[in-house]
Write a protein of this length. Structure first.
Ligand code: ATP
Length: 241
């Protein structure tokens, strides 16, 4: 962990990140700083490099080049610690079709040696309206139910870095509200939150900062007030062209 010019704790520190898949340059030299108690929106068109950046931060794929430090740990040196300390809601997948939400939470608790996890698990499932489905296999879940469970799993162990990739996609208003509360609770306990989404208005409600990616590069770092409402929509559109 390092500190910004003020007294903020920098929980995500990316400098000169490049990710290549063969000849495809998914991420082309981006820098990101994200701080304790703040949420940052990662915006950009399809293929801009948002999910790839999230996966690197979660320790799922290695950076091709560049420095990526998550809560003081270099992902290149210790991806396992990074995996444990982050909470990651991937844009797709991540759920075991033959397991129930309760079994997912049980496994997550065992892997992290969490004590007294049951009450928190129950509370999160209720908040996300998944209480009645707690013992149903996820293979039969609707898209929105799967999204909501993925957010629950990411937030469950109260990580210091919460990474939510398209958490609002196909989620109903109650699920959106529960997700906004998870983001705000995470900020209150000092986590840094990164939210990748196409839903600019929802992102601006949850986030203080925004980073716009285009073709794997960062084209703007803004405060959320710059991207709100119709003026914000126009400003955002201009950044995408
Ligand atoms: N495993 C992979 N192998 C090859 N190319 C990949 C792989 N993952 C991502 N890419 C490519 O990298 C680029 C960035 O993809 P990425 O998924 O990061 O974009 P995104 O901004 O999350 O897009 P979306 O909004 O559609 O989810 C795209 O051109 C994509 O095809």
């Amino acid at each position: 962990m390092s500190s910004s010019g003020g007294n903020e704790i920098e929980r995500i520190h990316i400098r000169g990140l490049w990710v290549r898949f063969g000849s495809v340059e998914a991420v082309r030299g981006i820098d990101i700083s994200a701080y304790a108690g703040r949420a940052t929106a990662l915006l950009g068109r399809n293929g801009a490099g948002k999910s790839t950046t999230m996966r690197v931060l979660a320790g799922v794929i290695p950076p091709t080049e560049g420095e990526v430090v998550v809560d003081g740990v270099d992902v290149r040196h210790d991806p396992l610690t990074v995996k444990r300390s982050t909470g990651f809601c991937p844009d797709v997948g991540g759920l075991v079709p033959r397991a129930t939400p309760w079994e997912h939470l049980q496994l997550a608790a065992r892997l992290r040696r969490m004590q007294g996890w049951e009450l928190r698990a129950q509370d999160l499932l209720e908040r996300f309206d998944l209480g009645a489905a707690a013992h149903r296999v996820t293979g039969g879940f609707s898209h929105g139910m799967g999204r909501r469970l993925s957010v629950v799993l990411a937030a469950f162990h109260e990580p210091s870095v919460l990474l939510l990739d398209e958490p609002f996609d196909g989620v109903d208003p109650l699920g959106v509200e529960a997700t906004q509360r998870v983001i705000s609770d995470a900020k209150d306990r000092g986590a840094a939150v990164l939210v990748s989404t196409h839903l600019r208005d929802l992102a601006m409600e949850a986030c203080e900062d925004a980073l716009v990616l285009r073709g794997g590069s960062a084209v703007a770092a803004l405060g959320s007030e710059d991207l709100v409402g119709e003026d914000g929509a126009r400003a955002y559109r201009a950044l995408l062209d």
